[in-house]
Design a protein around this ligand. Structure first.
Ligand SMILES: C[S@@+](CC[C@H](N)C(=O)[O-])C[C@H]1O[C@@H](n2cnc3c(N)ncnc32)[C@H](O)[C@@H]1O
Length: 210
């Protein structure tokens, strides 16, 4: 997906992927990450997700990245905090207390910029990317974070039935991207009530990679 695709979605308010509450699968399976207060979780392609407020409330530091400036500003505004903004070479860093959000392209991040990460939370990041970008994405995740454990929430459906995003990610895809580097554990797979986009039979799955 080109950056312009996502900017246009945010401009038009077409953000059906955004949930008004923290993701129920995150709440249910968060403990499997075995994190302790003060550790740092990385949230790639974060949008303005409510999951960040929930992760902060668990006493974690959150480092995130999001392309769209409106989304980042909405995230801080909905958290009711004012960010200090620092302009970096290709990214802007929005920072307030335990939250740091890089506004710009995920592929311009470096491990030096994001610092030490203890876990990754990928909800609708891998599934946001077309197949030709996914190997680059998964390699960048591993390189940035030194292959720390991950929770991944993705959707499964018959890809031929609909054009993504979201793109379908099946067990064999998770395996192809990550099996060489991680132990893969499918924690749960649930039916998407009412179907994906209100029409298509789909499952939402959560994986622990350790
Ligand atoms: C499907 S949404 C998911 C947002 C969020 N994870 C959630 O659960 O609500 C994907 C987000 O990734 C952002 N995005 C897409 N490509 C990106 C990139 N290369 N770098 C940073 N953010 C990107 C989009 O602007 C969009 O907000």
């Amino acid at each position: 997906m080109q950056a312009s695709f996502w900017h246009s979605k945010w401009d038009k308010g077409e953000i059906g992927f955004h949930l008004d509450q923290a993701n129920p699968l995150l709440l249910k399976h968060f403990d499997s990450l075995a994190l302790t207060k003060g550790q740092t979780i990385f949230v790639p392609l974060c949008g303005k997700t409510k999951d960040i407020a929930w992760l902060l409330a668990q006493g974690l530091n959150v480092v995130a990245v999001e392309l769209n400036k409106t989304a980042v500003e909405a995230l801080f505004s909905e958290l009711n905090v004012t960010a200090q903004i620092t302009q970096l070479d290709e990214l802007n860093l929005y920072k307030a207390k335990q939250l740091s959000v890089f506004q710009g392209d995920f592929f311009n991040l470096s491990s030096e910029l994001i610092g030490k990460i203890d876990a990754v939370y990928d909800r609708a990041a891998l599934i946001a990317l077309p197949i030709e970008m996914r190997i680059k994405y998964t390699q960048q995740i591993m390189q940035l974070t030194n292959k720390v454990k991950q929770l991944i929430i993705c959707v499964e459906y018959q890809q031929a039935e609909m054009q993504g995003p979201p793109f379908a990610i099946h067990a064999e895809d998770i395996s192809a991207y990550y099996a060489k580097s991680y132990q893969l554990n499918l924690l749960e797979s649930i039916k998407v009530e009412g179907g994906l986009k209100g029409k298509l039979a789909a499952n939402e799955s959560i994986w622990l990679l350790s």
